[in-house]
Every structure is written in structure tokens, then in C-alpha cells.
Write a protein that binds this ligand. Sequence first.
Ligand code: NAG
Length: 145
Amino acid sequence: MAMANANVVKAAVGSLLLACSMIIIAVPCAKAEISCLQITMQLTPCIPYGVLGGSVPPACCQGVKDSMALVKTTEDLRAKCQCVKDGAAGIPGINYTRVNELPSICHVTVPYVVSPETDCSKVNFAEVGGSHHYQAAEETGSRVI
Ligand SMILES: *[C@@H]1O[C@H](CO)[C@@H](O)[C@H](O)[C@H]1NC(C)=O
């Protein structure tokens, strides 16, 4: 009987741990206002240019513009930066030089560099560019403008 109880406790602890790990995974997704899946879909037309070069498809520039327009806060920007960084890292043959040419080619201000070295937790949404006026994040204590 004591054995059976121990197994029940083990099973309960096991499912609790599983539930907790799921919660830990779910929280960053729920916290960011913007969707990485949506950003990924918007930027997918940029992949051929990022890998092979050539001309930038209009759908790519539209995606760069639309995905940046979703960013309203520093938290959004950091989430987007991480999403793009992780996405780029998963593309074989991606050329980061070309990826980072896209904001100027598409005339969109993107306040971070896409690179395996970029620390997305440190980027700040403080740019004033294009038609968007971005406010400095309160928590940084400094204005980058
Ligand atoms: C990456 O793209 C840049 C700009 O088009 C080009 O000069 C460079 O040679 C490319 N690098 C590789 C490894 O293909």
C-alpha cells in the first residue's frame, strides 16, 4: 500500500513537473504581444534574397515593413529580434550581410542588426524613423534618440 502511494505521488509529481515545464515554455509566447509565426510568415519572401541575392521581391519589403509596424514597445522589438535571429540561424547558407541590407533597401528603420552575435535582450525601441515615432523604453533609463 505504501508502495502504491509512492507511485501515485511520483506520477503526480511527474505530471506537475510536465505541466510546469509547459507553462515555462508558454509564458514567453503569451507575454510578447507580437507573434513570431506571423513575423516569420511576413519575412519568408526575403529568404531567397538572403541566401542567393539577386533582386529583393516587393513582398519581402512589404514583409519587412509590416513586421516592423507590429512593434510597439521595446518588449515587442526584443521578441521580434529574437524571432528573426533564431529564424535566420535556421536557414542554411543565409548571408547576414544581405539580410542587414534589407532595411535600407526597403526604406524601413529596423533598430537591430540580425546576427548570431546580437543580444536581443539589449536592443531598445527608441528609434525615430519612417512614419513611426518610437518612444524610448522607460526601463532603460536613457533615451537613445
Ligand atoms: C554576402 O553578401 C554580400 C553582399 O551581397 C557579398 O558581398 C558577400 O560575398 C556574400 N557572402 C557570401 C559568403 O556569399
